[in-house]
Ligand binder design. Structure first.
Ligand code: CTP
Ligand code: MG
Length: 231
């Protein structure tokens, strides 16, 4: 059944899904690979569409797959599909340009975080609604972190209590994200990083283990297991 988005919602979610998935190994673009019989992107969009504040979803698809992605998502939720770019940032910019007038909160969410629960979409959006310019979901870093030199010699141990692992969706006041992308120079920076460079405060909220990014075959196997146990 196709989900209905909320016409009175104040949130647009951009879903960059145009990456190749090189680290997952040979095969289709990552967002189109199957997880428990359905493409990762279908899992991701279904969960975004279940978040009650969501008004608009814009997917940036691999340029050669735009029509296929439109057809694939039509039964899942009403979405706009645009061709992505060569870098994630270009894909996000293309999706941002397609957001209609209305939503004043924009979330940027990786298709690769296919099991992200709807409540995380809501909690990031709520923090922006409460007046934050930029909000990122984070988890504590659990491993001991060492700084090393080029020969793998340990230079020191980093204080992990001051570190956070960052997930998506990252949420922004719309004007903040638009101006950050307008002045973006460095293609390796994430969306919150672009905003930080403008001197704007970025606030952390608790992330979710289920928002793991499916990057390597191990992650896909883990996600498959999580789905069969109820995610
Ligand atoms: N992405 C995108 N456009 C790109 C590159 C990445 O829309 N040119 C998207 C991916 O589809 C993914 C998200 O950005 O949903 C996070 O990127 P990543 O996990 O690195 O995915 P891939 O780039 O596909 O994977 P890899 O780096 O292993 O090729
Ligand atoms: Mg990548």
């Amino acid at each position: 059944m196709t989900a209905q988005l909320n016409p009175r919602g104040d949130v647009a979610v951009l879903v960059p899904a145009a990456g190749a998935g090189v680290r997952l190994g040979p095969g289709a673009p990552k967002a189109l690979r199957l997880l428990a019989g359905e493409p990762l992107l279908v899992h991701a969009v279904r969960r975004i569409a279940a978040a009650p504040s969501v008004h608009t979803i814009v997917v940036a698809a691999p340029a050669t797959e735009v029509e296929a992605v439109r057809a694939m998502l039509a039964p899942v939720a009403p979405v706009t599909v645009v061709p992505g770019g060569a870098e994630r940032q270009a894909s996000v910019a293309a999706a941002l340009a397609a957001v209609p007038a209305g939503p004043e909160i924009v979330l940027v969410h990786d298709a690769a975080r296919a099991l992200t629960p709807p409540h995380l979409v809501e909690s990031v959006a709520a923090a922006v609604r409460d007046g934050r310019d930029a909000v990122i979901p984070v988890l504590p870093v659990v491993d001991t972190i060492k700084e090393v030199d080029a020969t793998e010699r340990v230079l020191g141990t980093v204080d992990r209590s001051a570190l956070r692992a960052v997930q998506t969706p990252q949420g922004f006041r719309r004007s903040v994200l638009v101006s950050a992308h307008r002045s973006a120079g460095d293609t390796l920076t994430d969306d919150a990083g672009l905003v930080e460079k403008q001197g704007i405060a970025v606030t952390c909220v608790p992330g979710s283990e289920l928002a793991l990014k499916i990057t390597r075959p191990f992650d896909l196997a883990l996600a498959e297991h999580l789905l069969t146990t109820g995610a």
